[in-house]
Design a binder for this molecule. Structure first.
Ligand code: AMP
Length: 221
């Protein structure tokens, strides 16, 4: 099956959940740019401090910072047999930088780009209801996946909070940014014949099955 995979989809499409499952199934690392930024923010690393203002506003972190971070990550030996990228690339210059990186590292090309598609109003409802646990980042939803006790994590009893970038204003901004910045990227992969559209408005299991079935159809599978 395809090994250099880029997952696309707007914030709230369930892309992270699907990417995690897919990486387990294929035995390749799940590299999420958003997770790496959040980890660096928490640890207040140099990268974290430079990215903080953009992440908290729901704006894209500048390409040079983001590209260098991903280059470092995919150069590690655990990515030798492939990688599942989630959240990167987000812009056409990032996609071009990824092509150059893969070539320089002798890893071939991006060979499949599953793209989850969902209406905006569904995305907003999903994201603004999301609550995250302070201790370990477990995720709940006030309507679709509520904790047993409101505001408390089922797994470790820590407080559930709304991520600063899950408020209505920031969510709306993130969706706008996604559409503006990512459409050229969708066009880019479509022209190369590697874009695989997947309907995101169905259960997690059904979305996963659809992703697997479109990937199986990819040459080199
Ligand atoms: P996510 O969890 O993927 O929605 O990412 C959270 C935030 O991290 C985004 O709103 C951006 O501020 C930043 N970020 C993640 N990936 C990228 C990227 N590829 N380019 C620029 N900024 C990014």
């Amino acid at each position: 099956m395809a090994k250099q995979i880029v997952m696309l989809g707007p914030p709230g499409a369930g892309k992270g959940t699907q990417a995690k499952r897919l990486s387990e199934k294929l035995g390749i690392p799940h590299v999420s740019s958003g997770d790496i930024f959040r980890e660096n923010l928490r640890e207040q690393t140099e990268l974290g401090k430079r990215a903080e203002v953009y992440v908290n506003r729901g704006e894209l972190v500048p390409d040079d910072l983001t590209i260098a971070m991903i280059r470092e990550r995919i150069s590690r030996p655990d990515c030798d047999d492939g990688v599942l990228l989630d959240g990167f690339p987000r812009t056409a210059p990032q996609a071009e930088a990824l092509d150059d990186m893969l070539e320089a590292l002798d890893k071939g090309q991006v060979d499949a780009v599953p793209c989850i598609v969902l209406p905006d109003e569904v995305l907003i409802e999903r994201l603004t209801g999301r609550r995250t646990c302070r201790a370990q980042g477990h995720i709940f939803h006030i309507t679709f996946n509520p904790p047993k006790e409101a505001g408390i994590c089922d797994f470790d009893g820590s407080e559930l909070y709304q991520r600063q970038d899950d408020t209505v204003e920031t969510v709306t901004n993130r969706i706008r940014v996604y559409l503006e910045q990512t459409q050229p990227l969708i066009d880019y992969y479509q022209q190369r014949g590697v874009l695989l559209e997947v309907d995101g408005d169905q259960s997690i299991d059904m979305v996963f099955d659809e992703i697997i079935s479109v990937l199986v159809g990819v040459q080199g599978a």
